[in-house]
Design a protein around this ligand. Structure first.
Ligand code: GTR
Length: 416
C-alpha cells in the first residue's frame, strides 16, 4: 500500500473514532428520550433514535480525488477547495448559469431618524436585468447612528416573509431583532428570499431562474442556490455603501435560510462570518446519519430546492461524494457558527455539531485555532474556539433573540 493511501485510511479511521466519541455523548446535550418516543410515534418513517443511526464513514475532506492527502494550506486553497466546491455544485445545490445580466442599486428611502434617532433606515432596490426582463430584490437595512463608520453588518436571508422584518418597526419580531442588533453597534440588513425565487415548485419558470436559465440540466441551480446568489447581490451593494465594513459582513439564516447561508458563504468568500441556525438536512446536518429529515424526504417535499443530481442520493447517502462537514470546511478560514434547538430533532442537532467538528481539520490546516471538543456542549451553553462556535438552545425550531445574542457575542470576538 502506498504511504498516501495508508495516511488516507488512517485519517478516515480518526474521523470515525471522533464521530463515535461524539455520538455517544458524555456530559453534553442528549435528546430527551420522551421527545424521541413522541416524535417516532408521530413519524414512524423517520429515525430519531441515536442507536439506529447507521454506521458510516465520512468522505475525507483532506484527500483529493487523485487519492493524495492535502497537507498544506496552499494545496487546500489552490486545488482541494475548488474541487470540494465543484462537488457541491454538481451533486447538491447546482450551478449558477453563465447568462449575462446587469444590476442597479437604487436607495428608494433613507431615514436618518429611524429608531428614535438611533439608526438610519435605508431601503435599496437591487434590480437585475437580462434580455429585457427584470427582477427586484428589496434590501432593508438599519445602520447605527452613534458609532464610527464603517460598521460590521448582519445580513439575514429571510424565509418567513416581510412581516418579521418591518421597516417601520410597528411590528417587531425576535426573528430580526433590529433594535438589539443596532444597540450593539452592528448594521442589520435583510432581503426576502422569494424576491429572488418563489419558494414553490414552479418548474423554475419564475424568479431568477425565469430570468437567467437557458435550458436546465441535472446540475442546474435549485432554489437554495438562487437565494444564496441573492445574498451575494446584497453583498455587491454593501461594497458600494460607505457605512458598511465590507470585510465584516455576516450572512445568516434560519432553517431553509440556514442551508442557504452556508451555501452563500461557500460560494462567496466575501462573507466574513456564516451563521447557520437549525438548518438540518441539506444544511448543517450530516446526511449519512439519516437522523430526522433525510435526502429522500426533503427531495420529495421540496423538489425545487436542490439540483436534480441530489436525487441520486435518496436512500443512497454512502454514494454521495461529499457530506456536510465538507460544506463547512469551505467556510474556512473565515468564521463559522452553527446553532440548533433541543426540540428540533428533525434538523438533527448532533449531526450538525458533528459536521462542524469534522470540518475543524481544515480550519486548523489554515492555521485557525479550532479546538472545539468532540462532545456536544450542554443546553444553552455556547462553545467557541477561534473562529468556530456552536450552541444548542432549549425549545423549538425558531430563531429567537436568545440565539441572536449568542451570534452577536461570537461576532464581537471574530468581527470587531
Ligand atoms: C421544513 C423542512 C426543513 C426546514 C424547514 C424550514 O419543512 O423539512 O428542511 O428547512 O422546513 O425551512 O423551516
Amino acid at each position: 500500500m502506498k504511504i498516501s493511501k495508508i495516511i488516507a485510511a488512517m485519517s478516515v479511521s480518526i474521523i470515525l473514532t471522533a464521530t463515535m466519541i461524539c455520538a455517544q455523548g458524555g456530559n453534553g446535550w442528549k435528546a430527551s428520550p420522551e421527545l424521541v418516543e413522541k416524535l417516532s410515534k408521530s413519524r414512524p418513517d423517520i429515525n430519531y433514535f441515536e442507536e439506529k443511526v447507521p454506521q458510516y464513514i465520512l468522505p475525507d475532506v483532506l484527500t483529493g480525488s487523485s487519492g493524495k492527502p492535502v497537507t498544506s494550506a496552499t494545496r487546500w486553497k489552490k486545488y482541494r477547495r475548488q474541487e470540494v466546491l465543484e462537488l457541491f455544485r454538481e451533486n447538491v445545490y447546482g450551478r449558477v448559469p453563465s447568462t449575462q445580466y446587469s444590476k442597479e442599486f437604487k436607495v428608494i428611502n433613507e431615514d436618518e431618524n429611524a429608531m428614535n434617532g438611533n439608526a438610519t433606515l435605508k431601503q435599496v432596490d437591487i434590480t437585475i436585468r437580462s434580455e429585457g426582463r427584470s427582477l427586484v430584490i428589496h434590501l432593508t437595512m438599519f445602520v447605527p447612528n452613534k458609532v464610527q463608520k464603517p460598521v460590521p453588518a448582519f445580513l439575514l436571508i429571510d424565509n418567513r416573509g416581510p412581516a418579521n422584518t418591518d421597516p417601520t418597526r410597528k411590528v417587531r419580531s425576535e426573528f430580526w431583532p433590529a433594535e438589539e442588533v443596532v444597540a450593539r453597534g452592528y448594521a442589520i440588513a435583510v432581503f426576502y428570499n422569494a424576491d429572488v425565487d418563489p419558494d414553490n415548485f414552479d418548474d423554475f419558470k419564475n424568479g431568477i431562474h425565469g430570468l437567467l436559465d437557458r435550458g436546465r440540466q441535472a446540475d442546474s441551480w435549485g432554489t437554495i442556490a438562487a437565494w444564496a446568489w441573492g445574498a451575494s447581490r446584497c453583498m455587491d451593494y454593501f461594497e458600494t455603501d460607505k457605512d458598511i465594513d465590507r470585510k465584516k459582513v455576516a450572512v445568516l439564516g434560519h432553517s431553509r435560510g440556514g442551508k442557504t447561508a452556508l451555501w452563500a458563504g461557500a460560494e462567496d468568500q466575501r462573507f466574513a462570518l456564516v451563521i447557520s441556525n437549525e438548518s438540518g438536512c441539506g444544511g448543517a446536518a450530516l446526511a449519512r446519519r439519516k437522523y430526522g429529515e433525510t435526502i429522500s424526504v426533503i427531495n420529495k417535499s421540496f423538489p425545487h430546492w436542490f439540483c436534480t443530481n441530489y436525487r441520486k442520493y435518496n436512500n443512497n447517502e454512502p454514494e454521495m461524494p461529499v457530506d456536510m462537514h465538507m460544506l463547512m470546511a469551505l467556510i474556512a478560514p473565515r468564521a463559522l457558527y452553527v446553532a440548533s434547538a433541543a426540540d428540533d430533532l428533525w434538523a438533527d442537532p448532533r449531526g450538525s455539531y458533528l459536521s462542524l467538528y469534522n470540518s475543524l481539520q481544515v480550519f486548523r490546516l489554515l492555521k485557525i485555532k479550532s479546538s472545539l471538543p468532540p462532545e456536544m456542549p450542554p443546553l444553552n451553553k455556547p462553545v467557541t474556539s477561534g473562529k468556530t462556535g456552536y450552541h444548542i438552545r432549549d425549545g423549538v425550531h425558531n430563531m429567537l433573540l436568545k440565539d441572536w445574542n449568542w451570534f452577536m457575542d461570537f461576532a464581537d470576538m471574530v468581527l470587531k
